[in-house]
Design a protein around this ligand. Structure first.
Ligand code: HEC
Ligand code: HEC
Length: 466
């Protein structure tokens, strides 16, 4: 079985692609003629986009067979399948129950067809839906996810051992969005045909959290580095790069990604679920407008958002994500089909080199902890007082009201005295955030340090209501 799969995978790498016509995505491609939707049809595009991003219909082939999922508990050191398998499955990998009908699968996984028949694959919501203070929120980055654990243990359950030159993630709630794409792009030429592999730069130390989707409509440029035009749809199609998808299959999904974009533009920030002190918040707004608005913009009736990218040397937060987007990787992507998408003025949406991070809009910021692009600051209080940022910490990874810290605004954590032992099981190790490790620095963004304590508390009160 294992040799069979590896052989098929290699075949795919050599260009004899398989699979792309064997799963439900095909039905969509044949039956729904998709043209640019006229304005009045937008609600349909939104509904199609909402379904597509959760894999309805599936756009990728199954990655793991149904039986690999069903027996994954064997990877947990158990002798028999536990009665509460579904709950343990979610807890182990930081998955959540779906808030929509998902055919008995956790949110972010869906059924598809693959070379081994029916199986599961992830969709956008694995990373882009989460639960905070008991609320399931579509478009919120999943702060609990252990993507590496999910990938490793399902693959082991498939008896498939794939050695990859990158990690999907190093610590829970973060993803490396650069290494996997660089690896998969290197398997393709500029027209996305699978080719003899080219090696692109993989730094294997990047930790990034998925920005909340409700922020996209405020931005002119997107991603933490602000390197992509927010109107671009093709950039999210890197999610289709598995070598089992043909170049043709990928390109035909472009209208689906326009629908997904239309849906994302409708996502609104969730409201803070605890009381807010209105007087304190009004005071906090004045301080915010004085100390923070030049980068983060203003909120309310005359809202303004400056789309400001702050150079690495000025922001001082961890540089690994920005530096991983190297000139070599950029040149390769910018020569490819992904960068030949035309904007309204006929210009190509190319990916820009940015040595900095964009100050994000702060709408719904109460929900997006831990903070900064690498999730190194557990609460807003830690963001605004850099001296209090914990060096090594962990948390329950549960997401109820009791796990939420409504005073400092973010997650309740436990501070640890030392770095995790290398002997600790990888699943446990990835629960510990160690800011001394590459990609995980909690330095920089010291703009709140000079505030007085009561001013800082007032700013936090204001931020709760954004
Ligand atoms: C494996 C996790 C993962 C999956 C799956 C995933 N994303 Fe993301 N997404 C991320 C991360 C991490 C970032 C931040 C990347 C960066 O800034 O460098 C991101 C960024 C984005 C952004 C930019 C948001 C902003 O405001 O800047 C959009 C839009 C987006 N993803 C859409 C999608 C869509 C649509 C899908 C499904 C087709 C998808 N993503 C699948 C992890 C994921
Ligand atoms: C010079 C521009 C600048 C100023 C001034 C500034 N920030 Fe920021 N802020 C940034 C940038 C850039 C980031 C993203 C850094 C990163 O993630 O690496 C950020 C991130 C944040 C975050 C984390 C957002 C998230 O989703 O993780 C919060 C909260 C925040 N800032 C609040 C404030 C407040 C409150 C003030 C005023 C006291 C302030 N900032 C002043 C540029 C600025």
């Amino acid at each position: 079985m294992r040799r069979h799969l590896v052989a098929l995978m290699l075949l795919a790498v050599c260009g004899l692609h398989i699979g792309a016509d064997s799963y439900p995505g095909k039905v969509l491609r044949e039956e729904v003629p998709r043209k640019e939707a006229p304005r009045k049809e937008m609600p349909d595009a939104v509904a199609r986009g909402r379904d597509a991003l959760r894999g309805q219909p599936a756009m990728n082939p199954a990655m793991w067979s149904a039986s690999a999922l069903d027996r994954v508990w064997r990877q947990w050191g158990l002798k028999e399948k536990p009665a509460d398998f579904q709950r343990r499955l979610r807890d182990r990998y930081g998955l959540h129950s779906a808030s929509y009908d998902n055919d008995a699968l956790p949110m972010g996984l869906h059924w598809s067809r693959g070379i081994t028949g029916k199986g599961v694959v992830n969709d956008c919501l694995l990373c882009h839906a989460g639960v905070v203070a008991g609320q399931t929120i579509i478009g919120l980055g999943n702060a609990s996810l252990d993507l590496q654990g999910l990938f490793d243990e399902l693959s082991a359950s498939e008896t498939l051992s794939i050695k990859l030159p990158f990690h999907f993630s190093h610590v829970r709630g973060t993803i490396d969005p650069i290494g996997p794409v660089a690896y998969l792009m290197g398997l393709r030429d500029a027209d996305l045909n699978v080719q003899k592999p080219v090696s692109l730069d993989i730094s294997d130390n990047v930790c990034s959290d998925p920005p909340a989707w409700w922020l996209l409509k405020k931005k002119k440029i997107r991603n933490w580095t602000g390197s992509v035009d927010m109107r671009a749809a093709r950039i999210d199609m890197v999610n289709l790069l598995t070598p089992f998808n043909s170049s043709d299959h990928i390109k035909k999904q472009e209208p689906v990604f326009k629908d997904i974009h239309a849906f994302i533009m409708t996502v609104e920030p969730p409201r803070y679920p605890f009381p807010i002190d209105a007087r304190q918040a009004a005071r906090g707004r004045d301080i915010f407008n004085r100390a923070c608005a030049r980068c983060h913009g203003t909120y309310g009736p005359d809202a303004r958002y400056p789309n400001k990218v702050v150079p690495l040397e000025d922001i001082g937060t961890d540089a690994a994500l920005a530096l991983a987007i190297t000139r070599k990787n950029l040149d390769y992507l910018n020569k490819s089909w992904f960068a030949q998408e035309k904007g309204p003025e006929g210009q190509d949406f190319r990916i820009a080199e940015q040595h900095g991070y964009q100050a994000p809009p702060l709408d719904g910021v109460w929900a997006t902890a831990p903070y900064f692009h690498n999730r190194s600051a557990p609460t807003l209080y830690n963001v605004l007082n850099s001296r209090t940022r914990p060096k090594i910490f962990t948390r329950s990874y549960e997401t109820g009201k009791d796990d939420y810290d409504a005073i400092n605004v973010g997650w309740k954590i436990a501070i640890l005295d030392e770095s995790p032992s290398p002997k600790l099981h990888a699943i446990e190790r990835r629960k510990i955030y160690d800011t001394t490790l590459p990609g995980r620095s909690n330095a920089g963004h010291t703009f709140g340090d000079s505030l007085k304590e009561d001013e800082r508390r007032a700013v936090i009160e204001y931020l709760k209501g954004l």
